[in-house]
Design a protein around this ligand. Structure first.
Ligand code: ARG
Length: 410
């Protein structure tokens, strides 16, 4: 069989690659650049990932591809989620969840290019990621088989190391990794290890992109996020580069740390820690501009739809028709989402300190308590009479009923 394997270069997927080859399969290794290495190296180079690609070839892959998917991830996945202010359970910007449908799409595209019969991933059976990748593959290529050997037969770390040593798979560092980490430009997730006891506070070494809010500079930093029909930019930077810069600035101010008990698709609760400095800042800015330019009715309806959108991403339903319909709704509103939001990033908080837009529905002459007030104060009395009519009628009926129920005193 010819198999395209989503390959990170870590121990598990390296063992998987070698096992497939030993079983007589042809393996094409596919490695993605989603910006995690930028956050580590800070230089935008793909050297570390090129080394991963070389490792796959050395292990015997018939070919190994490195896909720079940073821009596609940010523009086609993360920014659609931004339009929906997508936060799962009110706090998690869905960084890992958003990357899975893209991984699925790229597996399918790579399989088509190589004429492969199957795609494979190294997810375990307990997580959301297997669901997201496999539902994504089914949506685009129902004829493809998806192989998930680590789900079907979990591989313990000692077994993986033993297999690696016996089969010439290089092991980068044998020291047990304290956490399970997944990262891309939209955020970094940290789970397992000491975090499994939800009473344990996350140790400092869990974080890599942010400083502790209490250790951040008191002075903070100011950023202005500009939106053009919903598309954000900061100091003229857009897309992946802008998100990278925001991760740096907001992370240095302790913004975007999240520690939550999360409800997984597969039914269990898990303890998850995230650091998402850039995405948290962008979502705050986007919400602030919406409050300025959207009508009250639009905002009320959108709040519910936004929650649904986040749930679709989380629940592996990125490819559902409903998500497409919600995108259309958000795109319609985005026609007026042009303007600027200023934020102060300080000690763990992204505080909006100003907003302006040519589409602002805010009208100072209506809102002012000072001179130049144009609001019709005299109209308010009549408005209250009519607006309160159902309440007044209901109260009158309740009073009558109470009177009937009270026994007459003679
Ligand atoms: N719980 C998060 C989610 O489902 C993060 C998953 C991260 N994946 C990982 N293999 N560490 O979106």
């Amino acid at each position: 069989m010819k198999i395209v394997l989503a390959y990170s270069g870590g121990l598990d997927t390296s063992v998987l690659l070698k096992k497939f080859i030993d079983q007589g399969h042809q393996v094409v290794a596919m490695t993605l650049n989603l910006g995690e290495s930028d956050m580590v190296a800070g230089d935008g180079s793909q050297d570390a990932l090129e080394a991963v690609r070389q490792k796959a070839l050395k292990l015997g892959a018939v070919d190994a591809v490195l896909v720079d998917a940073r821009e596609r991830f940010i523009e086609d996945y993360a920014f659609k989620a931004l339009a929906a202010n997508a936060l799962y359970q009110g706090v998690y910007p869905l960084s890992a969840a958003l990357s899975r449908p893209l991984i699925a799409d790229l597996l399918v595209e790579t399989a088509a290019r190589y004429g492969a019969d199957a795609v494979a991933h190294g997810c375990t059976g307990k997580g959301n990621d297997q669901v997201r990748i496999e539902v994504g593959v089914r949506a685009k290529a129902p004829h493809l088989t998806t192989l998930a050997p680590l789900r079907d037969k979990p591989l313990s770390r000692p077994d993986a190391i033993a297999y690696a040593q016996a089969h010439g798979v290089p092991i980068a560092h044998t020291a047990a990794k304290p956490y399970s980490v997944d990262a891309n430009l939209w955020g970094r997730s940290i789970e397992a290890g000491v975090l499994e006891n939800p009473w344990n506070a996350p140790p400092d070494d869990a974080y890599a992109w942010s400083v502790a809010p209490e250790a951040a500079p008191q002075s903070g930093s100011e950023v202005v996020v500009a939106f053009e029909r919903g598309a954000p930019s900061v100091d003229g930077k857009t897309g992946a580069e802008m998100v990278f810069e925001l991760n740096k600035i907001a992370g240095a101010n302790g913004v975007g740390r999240i520690d939550m008990i999360e409800d997984r698709v597969v039914g269990l609760k898990s303890r998850e820690v995230y650091e998402c400095p850039g995405s948290v800042t962008l979502i705050e800015a986007h919400k602030a501009l919406e409050r300025l330019v959207l009508t009250r009715d639009e905002l009320r309806l959108k709040a519910g739809l936004d929650q649904k959108y986040a749930e679709l991403i989380y629940d592996a339903l990125w490819s559902s028709p409903l998500r497409g319909a919600l995108d259309a709704f958000n795109a319609k509103l985005a026609e007026r989402m042009t303007g600027e939001v200023r934020l102060r990033l300080v000690r763990g908080r992204a505080v909006v300190t100003g907003s302006r837009s040519p589409f602002a529905l805010y009208d100072e002459s209506l809102a002012t308590y000072g001179a130049g007030d144009t609001f019709r104060h005299d109209a308010a009395g009549g408005f209250i009479q009519i607006h309160g009519l159902p309440v007044a009628a209901g109260a009158a009926k309740a009073a009558q009923a109470a009177e009937r129920a009270t026994p007459e005193l003679v």
